[in-house]
Design a protein around this ligand. Structure first.
Ligand SMILES: [Zn+2]
Length: 233
């Protein structure tokens, strides 16, 4: 996949990722973006180096600081690396097949997809396959068929969308492969896709539909979300 994305994780998000403070869902989204984006891969190496050198200066300058929490987080990080290497061994090509299309996935998502995806058709040409990888967030692949659109909605928490193939647009712009889009709870949007689009999405909390009949399903969505989280924990 050769890509030149316009939307990237912020420096704050990258630093939280380096320190192991992100949920698994967010970490996987950042990690997958790094696999697709050369400029972020480069920036990540620099931030990581800064972090390690400032950490080493602090720890040598003041022996009384307690870094046990920090070390525990860093020790947790290699889990993602070990997923990467496991994928490379077991599945050099992670692919998703949808209708007449096949899509090559970044290794970390290929591992998750290899566990088996169950696709569910939603309204408006949207297909969803949930991933059982996190207890704090809802992670899913979304495939928007060509010419599809989601209902107008906003979020109670944050939503990350990582575009894997194709493109979609909303009120704020057009998004293409490797774009890393973060939406906050205040923004109302209605993604549409002319050519079709495969995305990896991470949701902190359920969607709230704001227009028309779809609003009636809000309590059910909240219930389903809680049930999904409960089943995963
Ligand atoms: Zn990037």
């Amino acid at each position: 996949m050769s890509t030149n994305p316009r939307c990237h994780p912020t420096t704050d998000i990258m630093n939280e990722y380096i320190q192991g403070n992100l949920s698994t869902g967010w970490s996987v989204a950042v990690s997958a973006h790094l696999e697709l984006c050369q400029s972020c891969k480069h920036k990540f190496s620099e931030l990581e180096l800064n972090f390690v050198s400032s950490w080493m200066q602090d720890s040598s300058g003041n022996g009384t600081q307690d870094f046990s929490h920090l070390i525990a987080n860093i020790v947790d990080q290699p889990q993602l690396d070990s997923i990467d290497s496991a994928v490379l061994r077991q599945s050099p090509i992670g692919e998703i097949h949808m209708l007449d299309h096949s899509f090559t996935l970044p290794p970390i998502l290929a591992k998750a997809a290899n566990e088996g995806l169950v696709w569910k058709k939603l309204a408006g040409g949207i297909n969803q396959a949930k991933l059982d990888i996190d207890t704090e967030t809802q992670c899913e692949f979304i495939y928007m068929s060509p010419g599809s659109q989601t209902p107008m909605h906003k979020h109670q928490g944050n939503e990350i969308t990582l575009v894997l193939d194709g493109s979609f647009s909303d009120e704020a712009g057009i998004y293409e492969a490797a774009d890393f889009i973060v939406r906050s709870g205040k923004e109302e949007h209605q993604p549409v896709s002319e050519e079709g689009c495969l995305c990896f999405a991470v949701l902190d909390s359920p969607l709230t539909f704001t227009r028309g009949l779809a609003r009636l399903f809000n309590p059910i969505n909240r219930y389903r979300f809680r049930k999904t989280i409960a089943q995963q924990s």
